[in-house]
Design a protein around this ligand. Structure first.
Ligand code: ADP
Ligand code: MG
Length: 256
């Protein structure tokens, strides 16, 4: 490494522009070939660094979110699910609902794309440098119950309260008992008017009493807060999981 490389490395480190030492020689060569002005070169260098920093931040946020798989809006086949309003999903993908601290409720039977859309909204939020946490209702309550026993409840709770977006998948798959319901209630209350929730459920609102083992009081209290500022996306239609099996003539009961 020569002296000027070393100086560039030092300045890049100091200014937190980690890729400038690698980018600069390549872009300098391009600048020479294409006869860029000095200002064009400076802009191209800073733009390339900015793009790399954005991509890295987005990767980190996605990793921290804990998505079970990477799903995107682009990969969602809207023609397969005509009950979904594509424009409405695109509007949600702008993440303005997170700035407005609103919730999104994705409801429907198994396989219609609830988890796919929930993750896609999370990916869009990560792209905008917003923190996201993905969990399922059962994992959320199990995690908080465990933390309570271990004496680390407050810290664990903050893990569900702090992110700009909390995704709670699969509410209603397994009924929650009174103590589990109170843990979900705690999270919903702490986020109420402070942080958005994207929630998916295979149960309609009328069935939420069953989700909470018949306790309609807690079901109503939770729904009341969730729905106050929210968009509900009811999805009707066929399971995408069954699509190919149906085509092949081997249809089994959906697993959920
Ligand atoms: P749900 O959460 O409603 O049970 P998922 O979102 O898990 O359904 O969807 C099941 C599988 O089918 C996933 O792999 C998902 O990516 C895919 N999928 C569902 N709907 C669509 C769609 N309309 N276009 C593309 N893939 C889809
Ligand atoms: Mg799902």
């Amino acid at each position: 490494m020569n002296l000027s490389d070393e100086r560039l490395e030092h300045l890049a480190h100091k200014l937190r522009l980690p890729d400038v030492p690698t980018l600069a020689p390549c872009l300098a060569q391009e600048a020479a070939t294409k006869e860029w002005s000095f200002l064009d070169f400076a802009e191209a260098l800073l733009q390339a660094q900015s793009d790399l920093s954005d991509a890295r931040a987005c990767d980190t946020l996605e990793r921290l979110a804990g998505f079970p798989a990477r799903k995107t809006i682009d990969a969602f086949d809207f023609s397969f699910q005509p009950s979904i309003n594509k424009k409405q999903i695109q509007e949600l993908a702008s993440c303005a609902f997170i700035e407005r601290v609103e919730n999104v409720m994705l409801l429907g039977p198994p396989g219609v794309g609830k988890t796919h859309l929930a993750i896609s909204l999370g990916v869009e939020a990560s792209k905008r440098r917003l923190s996201v946490k993905f969990t399922t209702a059962s994992k959320l309550v199990a995690s908080l119950a465990e933390a309570r026993t271990a004496g680390t409840f407050s810290r664990r709770l903050m893990g569900f309260v702090r992110p700009s977006l909390l995704i709670v998948d699969e509410v209603g798959f397994l009924p929650l008992d009174a103590s589990e319901a109170s843990l979900l209630f705690e999270v919903v209350c702490r986020r109420y008017e402070r942080g958005s929730i994207v929630l998916t459920s295979n149960k309609s609102y009328g069935e939420w009493g069953e989700v909470f083992s018949g306790d309609t009081v807690i079901a109503t209290a939770i729904l009341d807060r969730l729905l106050h500022h929210s968009t509900t996306i009811p999805i009707k239609g066929e399971s995408y999981r069954l699509k190919d099996r149906k085509k092949a003539g081997i249809v089994t009961t959906p697993a959920g």
